[in-house]
Write a protein that binds this ligand. Structure first.
Ligand code: DQA
Length: 137
C-alpha cells in the first residue's frame, strides 16, 4: 500500500526518492513475488480513508501488508488504528532515511504496530520488506 504523492515517484524530488517510477517499483516487486510464488496486489492512494478501506479489506484477504504510508506516517491515527486490529505482519517502509531529514519525519504513528520498519535505502526497501513479511509468516 503506497500513500500520498508516491504516484509522483520518478519526478518527485529524485535526489531524495530516486528516479524509479511507482509502476517500475511495483513491476519489480511483482516479479519478486512470482519468483517466491506469492500473490501480490499493489495499491496507491492519495486519500487517507481509501487507505483505511484497503487495510480493512486486507484483514480478510491477505497474509501480510507492506505499507509506505508516506506523509500519513507522521499524522494518521486512523491508519494506525486500522493496522493495529490486523493479526497479519505489517512491514512499514520508507524510501528515504526519515531519521536524517526534518524532525517531524522522525515520528511514526505506525511503527509500533508494525513487525518492522525499513527506511532509507531507496526502492530496495520493498524487496527487503517482501522477504521480511514472508519470513514472519
Ligand atoms: C516517505 C517519507 C515521508 O516522510 C514522506 O512524507 C513521503 C515518503 C519515504 O518513502 O521516504 O511521502 O514515506
Amino acid at each position: 500500500i503506497h500513500g500520498p504523492n508516491l504516484n509522483m515517484l520518478g519526478t518527485r524530488e529524485p535526489d531524495i526518492y530516486g528516479n524509479q517510477t511507482l509502476d517500475e517499483i511495483d513491476a519489480a516487486l511483482k516479479q519478486q513475488a512470482e519468483r517466491l510464488q506469492l500473490h501480490l496486489e499493489t495499491f496507491q492512494s492519495n486519500h487517507e480513508g481509501d487507505m483505511v478501506d484497503k487495510i480493512q479489506q486486507a484483514h480478510v484477504s491477505f497474509h501480510g501488508i507492506i505499507i509506505n504510508p508516506a506523509a500519513y506516517t507522521h499524522t494518521s491515527i486512523a491508519i494506525r488504528d486500522a493496522l493495529s486490529v490486523l493479526n497479519i505482519p505489517v512491514v512499514e517502509v520508507h524510501l528515504s532515511n526519515v531519521h536524517k531529514r526534518e524532525a517531524f519525519r522522525r515520528h511514526s504513528y505506525l511503527s509500533d504496530v508494525a513487525v518492522g520498519v525499513i527506511a532509507g535505502l531507496g526502492s530496495i526497501v520493498y524487496d527487503l520488506a517482501l522477504t521480511a513479511a514472508l519470513a514472519k509468516l
